[in-house]
Write a protein that binds this ligand. Structure first.
Ligand SMILES: [Zn+2]
Length: 209
């Protein structure tokens, strides 16, 4: 497993220290905003951790940093802050481990996305005739994600479509697992996650490829 030495999160460069030895035997990670450092341990109570658990901890700490930089610390300042970050870590780790979202390829989308136990069909480029003002729509009960690449005025910014795709997945997990994100937080976290994954080429890292 090749661990990143640093991560670009928003305009900030975070140093990544791995493996870090914490004094508390049950601590596995920390995100220090003031120092701009993420620390991750490869042991828990003196026993070696599995590779996927270690990667998942990195994602957890990245979500803390995204909340800080993109989301005005809305999660950090809420009552269930650690639980919300735990949930984001858990659900997004599954999505990133199980799917190639083609985030670095502007015009390519997976045919389907596995989210929890469900396979969502991704329809791209979808021509919206029934919803004129849309470029993105979710049908959770039908397990369909529709994304358009243009309207009558021209082509959409492809990275905007990719970010909407991430935000759509964020809303699916928010709805299914009651993360309690409001619209603004969902958009902000999605924008941050998209940036971190693409700028640091982390998708293949989480997929284990
Ligand atoms: Zn945490």
């Amino acid at each position: 497993m090749k661990f990143p030495d640093s991560l670009k999160i928003g305009g900030h460069i975070y140093k990544v220290e791995f493996p870090h030895a914490f004094e508390e035997e049950d601590q596995t990670g920390v995100c220090d905003y003031m120092q701009g450092v993420i620390r991750v341990s490869d042991v828990y109570k003196h026993r070696k951790r599995a590779e996927q658990r270690i990667k998942s901890t990195l994602l957890h700490e990245v979500f803390h940093a995204i909340d800080h930089i993109y989301n005005s610390r809305m999660i950090n300042n809420s009552k269930k802050s650690e639980k919300t970050i735990d949930s984001l870590e858990c659900y997004w780790f599954q999505i990133l481990a199980d799917n190639d979202l083609y985030l670095e390829d502007d015009f390519k989308y997976p045919k389907k996305v596995r989210i929890g136990g469900y396979d969502y069909k991704v329809e791209y480029p979808y021509e919206f005739t029934e919803f004129q003002d849309k470029f993105f729509k979710l049908f959770v009960e039908e397990l369909r994600i529709l994304i358009s690449d243009k309207d009558e005025h021209g082509n959409f910014n492809p990275s905007l479509c990719k970010e909407a795709f991430i935000d759509g997945i964020m809303r699916i997990i928010d709805g299914a697992y009651e993360l309690g994100l409001d619209n603004r937080s969902s958009c902000s976290l999605s924008e941050g996650l998209y940036q971190v994954l693409v700028d640091n080429k982390l998708c293949s890292f989480f997929r284990g490829k």
